[in-house]
Design a protein around this ligand. Structure first.
Ligand code: 0L1
Ligand code: MG
Length: 262
């Protein structure tokens, strides 16, 4: 690690305050170019600890930048992981208050809920499918705290991978009831189709995203516990939304998720 504990804490407060006050900041590597990967995740974990200490509950985990479309859009090349808190969650059909956010974008994702622990190294798609209780449609609302969504990978990891809200809906399904690779996704904004995708856009198979998470956590001596909700990453680019927009994402065979931005 390149940063001391005081600096890690200071940057966690800086980024979490930006989130809570819906105020943008400059990417932190501008001031701390020496920051390494361990520092980046240490800042993210410090933000998580601050929320837990306030009594907020962990709702799950997420992978980000798992599709070519997302990597190309953001100009970065590797998947990353973050955490989800209970207060990020909204029900299907929810109104999402944009005044609580800086510059939200939506991502259409497939989420998994585990029924057995998953631990890397060596975790693969087969292990993930065997450990999955069900899959469920999920739409993430990301909201980078960095001005104009301009960041590098270390800065965005520290900022909990732009996490801010998510909406689940549709119908939970067992993994043997659907073909996760060919599962089609249609994103509609204000009644117009703006993007289409398929499960295979996420690392070839959405379960590969969960396996990668287990392997990344394994390097840290951590595992994915049984009963964990995990979002696998956007299957398409992310799309900006503003107050007045209605979004519906339709998933082949597993239902749809809708929300309105107010
Ligand atoms: O959930 C995500 O894929 C977001 C990853 C962070 C990069 C971004 O803000 O687009
Ligand atoms: Mg996402």
């Amino acid at each position: 690690m390149q940063l001391d504990q005081t600096t890690i804490e200071k940057l966690a407060v800086h980024l979490e305050t930006a989130e809570l006050e819906a105020r943008d900041v400059l990417k932190i590597t501008d001031e701390y170019p020496q920051m390494d990967w361990e520092d980046a995740y240490a800042i993210q974990y410090a933000i998580r600890e601050r929320k837990l200490a306030r009594g907020q509950k962990l709702a799950g985990l997420k992978m980000g930048l798992t599709s070519r479309a997302k990597m190309k859009q953001m100009g970065v090349e590797a998947p990353i992981f973050g955490f989800l808190m209970d207060y990020f969650s909204r029900p299907d059909g929810a109104e999402i208050a944009v005044k609580e956010l800086i510059h939200p974008k939506i991502e259409a994702e497939i989420a998994f809920v585990t029924k057995a622990p998953l631990k890397g190294p060596g975790c693969n798609i087969g292990h993930v499918l065997a450990a999955t209780d069900f899959i469920i449609p999920a739409v993430e609302i990301i909201d980078s705290r960095y001005r104009d969504f301009k960041f590098d990978l270390k800065s965005v990891i520290a900022d909990n991978c732009s996490s801010s809200r998510f909406v689940t809906g549709g119908r939970p399904r067992k993994v043997d009831e659907v073909d996760l690779k060919t599962l089609g996704i249609v994103i509609e904004k204000n009644g117009e189709v703006i993007a289409t995708g398929a499960g295979a856009a996420v690392l070839g198979h959405p379960a590969a995203s969960i396996a990668m998470l287990a392997n990344m956590l394994g390097e840290r001596g951590e595992e994915i516990p049984a009963g964990t909700f995990i979002m696998t990453g956007g299957a398409t680019e992310a799309y900006a939304v503003e107050a007045g927009d209605s979004v519906t994402v339709r998933y082949q065979d597993i239902g749809s998720v809708s929300m309105r931005f107010v």
